[in-house]
Design a protein around this ligand. Structure first.
Ligand SMILES: [Zn+2]
Length: 305
């Protein structure tokens, strides 16, 4: 069986004016790697690719460490900690950050929310969209984001469920350019091409698609392009095959049967969602489950069962 542990931000300091960026510190990461060792054996992406069926069907628990979003801090902070312990991993990157030198919309939202209060952010968004929340929406918003205060819950619901995502992208981009220099953010937030080449030499590189869109909401030809463009770019940059993909957001809505079909067509071998669970059977290896690091031993939400 295979247990996959996924990380995003890894940095020393998460204190912002408004908390919007969450992740693990280097010490927490180091600690969790030790804890996980008690429940299984770490494997490399190449091991998984070569022996997928054997690993999934085995009674032994195998562990794979993954990182989404191609963040520079993952290369600078997490990779040395992994290498000191000889633990392999795979880093899934978006190619829009490289080919177009753009910041992914998901990160633009994180950054805007770190400097604007939920109220400020909502009022700016509301004045630029005709989409509004009904009383019923507000009730659902509070239930969906029950750990957030009312303004944050409503803001997240409006962005994630009510505003069509192409409109959201435009709106967020206009706000973002008022506060941030996109080129500077790209340089500091994401890995460099040299970093990607280093990762590929270790066989640690995978695709997180081109633009970080929720693939399941797109037309089939756009889904294919998102998958194919990033594979092609990474392969020509590194001269190595890209066999692994992790789907942005990874939810059932983002990972439909059509998405798996296009992933196969784009010639990927293994794909990861964010549906949680241990992988035991191999019915569809383009749809492997993953845990958020917080939900596994050593993580913030983990309670010993
Ligand atoms: Zn992502």
């Amino acid at each position: 069986m295979l247990t996959v542990c996924n990380y995003h931000y890894i940095r020393q300091n998460f204190s912002f004016k408004y908390p919007s960026i969450f992740g693990v510190t280097p010490d927490e990461f180091d600690y969790q790697l030790q804890q996980l060792k008690n429940i299984g054996d770490y494997i490399s992406p190449s091991d998984l690719l070569e022996d997928t069926q054997t690993i999934l069907k085995s009674d032994d628990n195998y562990l794979l460490v993954t990182f989404d979003d191609g963040l520079k801090e993952q290369f600078d902070i997490a990779l040395p900690i992994l290498q000191a312990k000889s633990i392999p991993a795979i880093f899934f990157v978006n190619t829009i950050n490289h080919i177009e030198s753009k910041v992914s919309t998901v990160h633009k939202i994180h950054l805007l929310r770190s400097i604007l209060s939920p109220e400020e952010m909502s009022s700016k968004i509301n004045s630029n969209t005709t989409v509004t929340l009904t009383q019923e929406d507000k009730t659902i918003a509070r239930a969906t984001y029950r750990f957030d205060n009312t303004s944050t819950a409503e803001l997240k619901f409006l962005l994630n469920f009510k505003i069509p995502f192409q409109e959201q992208e435009l709106l967020i981009n206009n706000m973002f350019t008022n506060y941030f220099n996109e080129n500077e953010v790209v340089k500091h937030l994401y890995m460099s091409e040299e970093d990607l080449i280093q990762l590929s030499k270790l066989n640690f590189l995978g695709s997180h698609t081109h633009s970080h869109y929720p693939l399941g909401l797109l037309d089939e030809n756009v889904i294919y392009k998102e998958l194919e463009l990033s594979k092609q770019y990474l392969e020509s940059l590194t001269n190595m095959p890209i066999n692994f993909v992790s789907y942005p957001y990874g939810s059932p809505q983002a990972c439909t049967e059509e998405v798996f079909l296009q992933t196969k067509k784009a010639d990927y071998s293994i794909g990861f969602t964010t549906t949680t669970g241990v992988n035991k059977e191999a019915d569809n290896i383009l749809s492997l489950k993953r845990y958020d690091c917080n939900d596994l031993p050593g993580g913030k939400n983990y309670k010993y069962k």
